[in-house]
Design a protein. Structure first.
Length: 293
Protein backbone atom coordinates (compact mmCIF):
# COMPACT_ATOMS: atom_id res chain seq x y z
CA UNK A 1 0.00 0.00 0.00
CA UNK A 2 1.34 3.42 -0.94
CA UNK A 3 1.66 6.02 1.85
CA UNK A 4 -1.12 8.56 2.29
CA UNK A 5 1.44 11.16 3.39
CA UNK A 6 5.22 10.99 3.57
CA UNK A 7 6.98 13.12 6.17
CA UNK A 8 10.63 13.79 5.33
CA UNK A 9 12.58 14.64 8.48
CA UNK A 10 15.93 16.44 8.43
CA UNK A 11 17.79 16.71 11.76
CA UNK A 12 19.85 19.87 11.58
CA UNK A 13 22.56 21.71 13.46
CA UNK A 14 24.22 24.87 12.09
CA UNK A 15 23.02 23.94 8.62
CA UNK A 16 22.71 27.32 6.91
CA UNK A 17 25.70 26.80 4.60
CA UNK A 18 24.57 23.44 3.19
CA UNK A 19 20.87 22.77 3.73
CA UNK A 20 19.66 24.68 0.65
CA UNK A 21 21.25 22.08 -1.63
CA UNK A 22 19.28 19.34 0.12
CA UNK A 23 16.04 21.33 0.07
CA UNK A 24 16.42 22.05 -3.65
CA UNK A 25 17.00 18.33 -4.25
CA UNK A 26 13.83 17.48 -2.33
CA UNK A 27 11.91 20.05 -4.36
CA UNK A 28 13.12 18.26 -7.52
CA UNK A 29 11.80 14.83 -6.49
CA UNK A 30 9.79 12.90 -9.07
CA UNK A 31 7.55 11.47 -6.35
CA UNK A 32 3.89 12.00 -7.27
CA UNK A 33 2.38 11.42 -3.85
CA UNK A 34 1.83 13.87 -1.05
CA UNK A 35 4.82 14.72 1.15
CA UNK A 36 6.01 17.31 3.63
CA UNK A 37 9.47 18.28 4.89
CA UNK A 38 10.24 19.04 8.52
CA UNK A 39 13.60 20.47 9.63
CA UNK A 40 14.31 19.61 13.28
CA UNK A 41 16.78 22.19 14.61
CA UNK A 42 18.97 20.72 17.37
CA UNK A 43 20.18 24.02 18.81
CA UNK A 44 21.72 25.84 15.85
CA UNK A 45 23.55 29.10 16.49
CA UNK A 46 23.93 30.19 12.86
CA UNK A 47 20.48 31.68 12.33
CA UNK A 48 18.91 28.57 10.80
CA UNK A 49 15.40 29.45 11.97
CA UNK A 50 15.52 32.84 10.27
CA UNK A 51 17.06 31.31 7.15
CA UNK A 52 14.16 28.88 6.80
CA UNK A 53 11.45 31.45 7.51
CA UNK A 54 9.68 32.20 4.22
CA UNK A 55 12.22 30.06 2.38
CA UNK A 56 11.68 29.95 -1.43
CA UNK A 57 10.76 26.24 -1.36
CA UNK A 58 8.38 26.49 1.62
CA UNK A 59 5.15 26.02 -0.30
CA UNK A 60 6.53 23.41 -2.71
CA UNK A 61 7.80 21.23 0.13
CA UNK A 62 5.20 22.07 2.77
CA UNK A 63 8.33 23.00 4.69
CA UNK A 64 8.12 23.36 8.45
CA UNK A 65 10.64 24.16 11.17
CA UNK A 66 10.59 22.57 14.63
CA UNK A 67 12.84 23.34 17.58
CA UNK A 68 14.60 20.30 19.07
CA UNK A 69 17.14 22.17 21.18
CA UNK A 70 15.91 20.76 24.50
CA UNK A 71 18.03 17.63 24.00
CA UNK A 72 21.27 16.73 22.27
CA UNK A 73 21.99 14.51 19.33
CA UNK A 74 20.63 13.38 15.99
CA UNK A 75 18.42 10.71 17.57
CA UNK A 76 16.68 13.30 19.75
CA UNK A 77 16.21 15.65 16.79
CA UNK A 78 14.70 12.85 14.72
CA UNK A 79 12.31 11.87 17.50
CA UNK A 80 11.14 15.47 17.89
CA UNK A 81 10.64 15.59 14.12
CA UNK A 82 8.61 12.39 14.23
CA UNK A 83 6.35 13.79 16.93
CA UNK A 84 5.75 16.95 14.89
CA UNK A 85 4.73 15.20 11.68
CA UNK A 86 1.53 13.66 10.37
CA UNK A 87 2.83 11.18 7.80
CA UNK A 88 2.10 7.47 7.94
CA UNK A 89 5.51 6.91 6.31
CA UNK A 90 8.61 8.71 7.61
CA UNK A 91 11.73 9.29 5.51
CA UNK A 92 15.02 10.57 6.90
CA UNK A 93 17.86 12.43 5.18
CA UNK A 94 20.61 14.76 6.40
CA UNK A 95 21.29 18.47 6.09
CA UNK A 96 24.59 18.20 4.21
CA UNK A 97 23.78 15.52 1.62
CA UNK A 98 21.78 15.59 -1.63
CA UNK A 99 19.05 13.10 -2.47
CA UNK A 100 18.82 11.99 -6.10
CA UNK A 101 15.60 12.88 -8.00
CA UNK A 102 14.09 9.39 -7.71
CA UNK A 103 14.99 8.93 -4.04
CA UNK A 104 11.56 9.21 -2.47
CA UNK A 105 9.83 7.26 -5.23
CA UNK A 106 12.25 4.34 -4.89
CA UNK A 107 12.18 4.41 -1.09
CA UNK A 108 8.40 4.32 -0.81
CA UNK A 109 8.02 1.74 -3.59
CA UNK A 110 10.21 -0.79 -1.77
CA UNK A 111 8.64 0.14 1.57
CA UNK A 112 5.30 -1.24 0.38
CA UNK A 113 6.75 -4.72 1.03
CA UNK A 114 8.68 -3.98 4.24
CA UNK A 115 8.30 -2.39 7.66
CA UNK A 116 11.34 -0.18 7.07
CA UNK A 117 13.79 0.41 4.24
CA UNK A 118 17.26 1.80 3.64
CA UNK A 119 19.06 2.94 0.53
CA UNK A 120 22.61 3.37 -0.79
CA UNK A 121 24.91 6.35 -1.06
CA UNK A 122 27.32 7.56 -3.69
CA UNK A 123 30.22 9.90 -3.02
CA UNK A 124 31.53 10.90 -6.45
CA UNK A 125 29.05 13.64 -7.36
CA UNK A 126 29.22 15.68 -4.16
CA UNK A 127 32.87 15.37 -3.08
CA UNK A 128 36.12 16.23 -4.83
CA UNK A 129 37.92 13.17 -6.26
CA UNK A 130 40.51 13.44 -3.49
CA UNK A 131 37.98 13.55 -0.66
CA UNK A 132 35.86 10.82 -2.27
CA UNK A 133 38.88 8.50 -2.05
CA UNK A 134 39.09 8.79 1.73
CA UNK A 135 36.37 6.22 2.52
CA UNK A 136 34.94 3.23 0.69
CA UNK A 137 31.17 2.79 0.74
CA UNK A 138 29.10 -0.22 -0.39
CA UNK A 139 27.90 -0.38 -4.00
CA UNK A 140 24.20 0.54 -4.55
CA UNK A 141 23.10 -3.08 -4.69
CA UNK A 142 24.96 -3.93 -1.47
CA UNK A 143 23.64 -3.37 2.02
CA UNK A 144 25.37 -1.80 5.00
CA UNK A 145 26.27 -4.20 7.76
CA UNK A 146 28.76 -6.74 9.03
CA UNK A 147 28.59 -10.20 7.51
CA UNK A 148 28.22 -11.87 10.91
CA UNK A 149 25.08 -10.04 12.03
CA UNK A 150 22.06 -8.14 10.75
CA UNK A 151 22.20 -5.50 8.00
CA UNK A 152 21.42 -1.90 8.80
CA UNK A 153 20.25 1.25 7.05
CA UNK A 154 22.42 4.34 7.15
CA UNK A 155 20.66 7.24 8.87
CA UNK A 156 20.91 9.67 5.95
CA UNK A 157 18.89 7.30 3.75
CA UNK A 158 16.22 5.57 5.79
CA UNK A 159 12.46 5.25 5.82
CA UNK A 160 9.93 3.46 7.99
CA UNK A 161 6.22 3.26 8.59
CA UNK A 162 5.21 5.28 11.63
CA UNK A 163 3.71 2.17 13.22
CA UNK A 164 7.08 0.39 12.96
CA UNK A 165 8.97 3.16 14.74
CA UNK A 166 6.29 3.38 17.41
CA UNK A 167 6.60 -0.35 18.05
CA UNK A 168 10.29 0.00 18.99
CA UNK A 169 9.98 3.34 20.78
CA UNK A 170 11.71 5.58 18.23
CA UNK A 171 15.42 6.30 18.01
CA UNK A 172 17.61 5.57 21.03
CA UNK A 173 18.59 8.99 22.36
CA UNK A 174 21.56 7.66 24.31
CA UNK A 175 23.45 7.61 20.98
CA UNK A 176 24.78 11.12 20.37
CA UNK A 177 27.80 10.76 18.09
CA UNK A 178 26.48 8.21 15.63
CA UNK A 179 25.33 4.62 15.85
CA UNK A 180 21.65 5.46 16.33
CA UNK A 181 20.93 4.25 12.79
CA UNK A 182 22.50 0.84 13.43
CA UNK A 183 20.68 0.57 16.75
CA UNK A 184 17.35 1.42 15.12
CA UNK A 185 17.87 -1.07 12.29
CA UNK A 186 18.75 -3.87 14.68
CA UNK A 187 15.93 -3.05 17.11
CA UNK A 188 13.43 -3.26 14.28
CA UNK A 189 14.68 -6.62 13.07
CA UNK A 190 15.03 -8.10 16.57
CA UNK A 191 11.40 -7.07 17.17
CA UNK A 192 10.37 -9.22 14.22
CA UNK A 193 10.02 -6.38 11.69
CA UNK A 194 11.52 -6.39 8.22
CA UNK A 195 14.18 -4.07 6.78
CA UNK A 196 14.29 -3.81 3.00
CA UNK A 197 16.88 -2.29 0.67
CA UNK A 198 16.06 0.14 -2.14
CA UNK A 199 19.08 0.23 -4.50
CA UNK A 200 17.57 3.04 -6.60
CA UNK A 201 16.93 5.33 -3.62
CA UNK A 202 20.31 7.00 -4.02
CA UNK A 203 21.77 9.77 -1.88
CA UNK A 204 24.90 11.80 -2.59
CA UNK A 205 26.80 11.50 0.70
CA UNK A 206 29.12 14.34 1.69
CA UNK A 207 32.35 13.48 3.53
CA UNK A 208 34.13 15.85 5.88
CA UNK A 209 36.63 17.59 3.60
CA UNK A 210 39.39 18.33 6.13
CA UNK A 211 41.63 15.99 8.09
CA UNK A 212 40.49 17.57 11.35
CA UNK A 213 36.82 17.18 10.49
CA UNK A 214 37.36 13.62 9.33
CA UNK A 215 39.22 12.75 12.53
CA UNK A 216 36.45 14.20 14.71
CA UNK A 217 33.68 12.37 12.86
CA UNK A 218 35.42 9.01 12.51
CA UNK A 219 36.69 8.91 16.10
CA UNK A 220 33.09 9.51 17.22
CA UNK A 221 31.97 6.63 15.01
CA UNK A 222 34.65 4.45 16.60
CA UNK A 223 33.38 5.31 20.08
CA UNK A 224 29.75 4.64 19.20
CA UNK A 225 30.65 1.31 17.58
CA UNK A 226 31.54 0.18 21.09
CA UNK A 227 28.25 1.59 22.38
CA UNK A 228 26.37 -0.41 19.76
CA UNK A 229 28.32 -3.53 20.73
CA UNK A 230 27.42 -3.05 24.39
CA UNK A 231 23.75 -2.48 23.60
CA UNK A 232 23.47 -5.64 21.50
CA UNK A 233 26.21 -7.92 22.81
CA UNK A 234 23.72 -10.55 23.96
CA UNK A 235 22.71 -10.94 20.32
CA UNK A 236 25.98 -10.35 18.48
CA UNK A 237 29.00 -12.65 18.24
CA UNK A 238 31.92 -11.92 20.55
CA UNK A 239 34.54 -9.87 18.71
CA UNK A 240 37.49 -9.95 21.05
CA UNK A 241 40.69 -10.90 19.29
CA UNK A 242 44.25 -9.87 20.02
CA UNK A 243 45.15 -10.93 16.49
CA UNK A 244 42.54 -8.59 15.01
CA UNK A 245 43.78 -5.75 17.20
CA UNK A 246 47.36 -6.41 16.20
CA UNK A 247 46.49 -6.44 12.50
CA UNK A 248 44.53 -3.19 12.84
CA UNK A 249 47.43 -1.43 14.56
CA UNK A 250 49.93 -2.88 12.07
CA UNK A 251 47.85 -1.58 9.20
CA UNK A 252 47.72 1.90 10.68
CA UNK A 253 51.48 1.90 11.18
CA UNK A 254 52.39 0.57 7.73
CA UNK A 255 49.96 2.92 5.96
CA UNK A 256 51.18 5.96 7.85
CA UNK A 257 51.69 8.90 5.44
CA UNK A 258 55.31 9.15 6.61
CA UNK A 259 56.02 5.74 5.08
CA UNK A 260 57.38 6.08 1.52
CA UNK A 261 54.60 6.13 -1.06
CA UNK A 262 55.80 2.99 -2.83
CA UNK A 263 54.85 1.13 0.37
CA UNK A 264 51.83 3.09 1.55
CA UNK A 265 49.59 3.74 -1.42
CA UNK A 266 46.43 4.81 0.35
CA UNK A 267 45.22 8.42 0.38
CA UNK A 268 46.23 10.34 3.48
CA UNK A 269 42.59 11.09 4.24
CA UNK A 270 41.80 7.37 4.27
CA UNK A 271 44.60 6.79 6.78
CA UNK A 272 43.23 9.60 8.95
CA UNK A 273 39.72 8.10 8.81
CA UNK A 274 40.84 4.57 9.65
CA UNK A 275 43.20 5.68 12.40
CA UNK A 276 40.57 7.93 13.96
CA UNK A 277 38.01 5.13 13.97
CA UNK A 278 40.46 2.74 15.63
CA UNK A 279 41.50 5.37 18.18
CA UNK A 280 37.89 6.10 19.08
CA UNK A 281 37.10 2.41 19.40
CA UNK A 282 40.12 1.72 21.61
CA UNK A 283 39.37 4.70 23.86
CA UNK A 284 35.74 3.67 24.34
CA UNK A 285 36.73 0.04 24.88
CA UNK A 286 39.13 1.10 27.63
CA UNK A 287 36.57 3.39 29.26
CA UNK A 288 33.92 0.67 29.25
CA UNK A 289 36.33 -2.13 30.24
CA UNK A 290 35.36 -4.18 27.22
CA UNK A 291 37.67 -5.72 24.63
CA UNK A 292 35.98 -4.91 21.32
CA UNK A 293 37.98 -4.84 18.10
Amino acid sequence: MAPLLVSVIIPAYNAVDLIDEQLDALAAQDYTGDFEVVVSDNGSTDGLAGHLADHPVTSRLKLRYVDSSDGQGTAYARNVGIAATDGDFLAFCDQDDRVHPGWLTALTCVAESFDAVGGPVETASINTPEVASWRIMPAPDERFGASDFLPYAIGCNFGAWRSSLEKVGGFDESFRGGGEDVAMSWKLQLAGLTLGHAPDALVAYRFRDTYRGTWKQMSAYGRTSVQVHLAFREHTPKRASTKALGLSILGVVLLNPLVPRFVARVPRGMWVAQTAFLAGKLKASWQNRVFFV
